[in-house]
Design a protein. Structure first.
Ligand SMILES: Cc1ncc(COP(=O)(O)O)c(C=O)c1O
Length: 410
C-alpha cells in the first residue's frame, strides 16, 4: 500500500496546538507540530492522540471512567467530554486533517450531521449506500425533517442535477455494497458551486486510503465500528470537519442528545487504529488477490472491486485513493438461492453482517434491502487478515456448494 500524499503535500490540519484545553473541553494531546505533520499517515496512526511525553507519563491515554469532573475546567459533566474520547478524536482528526468528534455509533455521527441541517433541507444521498443513512433520511426522521433525493452517486451529472437547491450532498465512496466510486473532486467542486455542502462517509476507505477533506469535502463521517476499530468488538462513530461552526453544532448535538461514546470503547478503538496500516495492507492485498481469482471463477458472473483494471471505478480509485481497499462484492451464478447457499457454506469466512474486522465476513446484501437495485445474488465480503490461500480454499469450496444449490434457478 502506498500513501496517498507525500509528507509535503498534505494540508496541515487545524487541530488545537499544545497548551490549554479549548473552550469546548477538547484537551490536546501530542501537539500537532510541523514535525508530527511531516510523517506519513501510517505513522500518524501510531503516534497521534498519545499523552504528552513527560517522565512517568503513560504511553497510552488511560481509560477515564468518570461521570463528573472537579469544577473549574471546561469539562463539568460526562456528556461534555472525556479524556479517552479526546485521545481518539486527536488521532482521527489528525489522520483526516480536521477536528474530530467521537459518537456512540456511526449512526449517531450521521444523525449529528443531518440533524444540524435546517428543517426541510434537501439532501442528495446515495441510492447505493449504507442503508441506515437512506432509511433515516427517507423514513425514520420526523415528517418533513429532510427532503431526501436518492441518486446514483457514481453519475456525476445526476448528482449535480439533484444538488441544485440542496443543503447537503451526502456521498459514500466506494459505496456500500456495490463498490461504486464517486468522482469526488468533480462532485465536491460542482456541489459547492451550487451552494451545497458535501459530506463523505469514509468508512470503506479509511483516511489511510482517502482523505475527503483534502479534496474539499465539508465533513467526513466514520463508522469507527468497522476498519478503524477493526476487531468487531466496539460500536463507535466519528465526524471530522475543518468548519468550526459545524463542529460546534455537532458537539452540542452530542451533548444534548446524549449519543456519547463509552470511554472503554474509545480506548479500544484507538488501540485498533494503532494497527490500522498493517491490517489494511494485509486485507487489501488479500482482497486484490481474491478479486482476481473470483473474476475467472466459473460460478461467479461479476466481481465489483475498484482494484480490478476493468472495473468501472478503477480509474477514479487510482486517481483519488491510495489503494482499492478491502471490501469485495461479487455476483454468484444461480441467483439468490445460490448466493445464500454460498454464504452459509463457508467455514472460515464468517456468515455475518458488518465489515472491517480482522476476520473475513460475508453476507448476501439483498436480504436487507431488496428495493434499491442490489442484485439478489450479490455477496459482500469484508476481507480480513487470514492467509489468502485459506480464504480462497473456503470460498472456492462454498462456491461449488452454491453452484449445486442454484442449479436450475434464475
Ligand atoms: C458505510 C457505513 N456507514 C455507517 C454505518 C453505521 O455505523 P454504525 O453501525 O457504527 O452505527 C455503517 C454500518 O454498517 C456503514 O457500513
Amino acid at each position: 500500500m502506498t500513501d496517498a500524499a507525500s509528507p509535503d503535500d498534505r494540508t496541515p490540519c487545524p487541530l488545537p496546538g499544545p497548551g490549554d484545553p479549548t473552550e469546548s473541553g477538547h484537551r490536546p494531546h501530542l501537539p500537532v507540530t510541523d514535525a508530527t505533520r511531516a510523517v506519513r499517515p501510517a505513522t500518524l496512526a501510531i503516534t497521534a492522540g498519545r499523552p504528552h511525553a513527560s517522565p512517568d507519563a503513560p504511553l497510552n491515554e488511560p481509560v477515564a471512567f468518570a461521570s463528573a469532573y472537579h469544577a473549574g475546567g471546561p469539562i463539568a459533566y460526562a456528556r461534555d467530554g472525556n479524556p479517552s474520547w479526546a485521545a481518539l478524536e486527536d488521532a482521527i482528526g489528525t489522520l483526516e486533517g480536521g477536528s474530530a468528534l467521537a459518537f456512540a455509533s456511526g449512526m449517531a455521527a450521521i444523525a449529528a450531521v443531518l440533524d444540524t441541517l435546517p428543517l426541510g433541507a434537501r439532501v442528495v444521498a446515495p441510492l447505493d449506500g449504507y442503508s441506515g443513512t437512506r432509511v433515516l433520511l427517507r423514513d425514520a426522521g420526523a415528517p418533513g425533517r429532510w427532503e431526501p433525493v436518492l441518486v446514483d452517486v457514481t453519475d456525476t451529472a445526476a448528482v449535480l442535477d439533484a444538488a441544485d437547491g440542496a443543503a447537503l450532498v451526502w456521498l459514500e465512496s466506494p459505496t456500500n455494497p456495490l463498490n461504486g466510486v464517486v468522482d469526488l473532486p468533480a462532485v465536491i467542486t460542482g456541489a459547492h458551486a451550487l451552494g451545497a455542502a458535501v459530506a463523505v462517509d469514509n468508512t470503506y476507505a479509511t483516511p489511510l486510503l482517502q482523505r475527503p477533506l483534502e479534496l474539499g469535502a465539508d465533513v467526513v463521517v466514520h463508522s469507527v465500528t468497522k476498519l478503524l476499530a477493526g476487531h468487531s468488538d466496539v460500536v463507535l462513530g466519528a465526524t471530522v470537519t475543518r468548519d468550526d461552526a459545524r463542529c460546534e453544532a455537532m458537539r452540542e448535538h452530542r451533548t444534548f442528545y446524549g449519543a456519547i461514546p463509552g470511554p472503554m470503547e474509545a480506548y479500544l478503538a484507538l488501540r485498533g487504529i494503532r494497527t490500522l496500516a498493517v491490517r489494511l495492507d494485509r486485507a487489501q492485498a488479500n482482497a486484490s488477490e481474491l478479486a482476481a481469482r473470483l473474476a475467472t471463477h466459473p460460478d461467479v458472473s461479476r466481481v465489483r472491486y475498484p482494484g480490478l483494471p476493468d472495473d468501472p471505478g478503477a480509474a477514479r480509485a487510482a486517481a483519488q485513493m491510495a489503494g482499492p481497499g478491502s471490501m469485495l462484492a461479487f455476483e454468484v451464478r444461480g441467483g439468490a438461492a445460490a448466493a445464500e447457499a454460498v454464504a452459509k457454506a463457508t467455514r472460515l469466512i464468517v456468515h455475518a453482517t458488518s465489515l472491517g474486522g480482522i476476520e473475513s465476513t460475508m453476507e448476501r446484501r439483498a436480504r436487507w434491502s431488496e428495493d434499491v437495485g442490489i442484485p439478489a445474488s450479490l455477496l459482500r465480503m469484508s476481507v480480513g487478515c487470514e492467509d489468502v490461500e485459506d480464504l480462497w480454499a473456503d470460498l472456492d469450496r462454498a462456491l461449488r456448494v452454491g453452484g449445486a444449490a442454484g442449479a436450475g434457478d434464475a
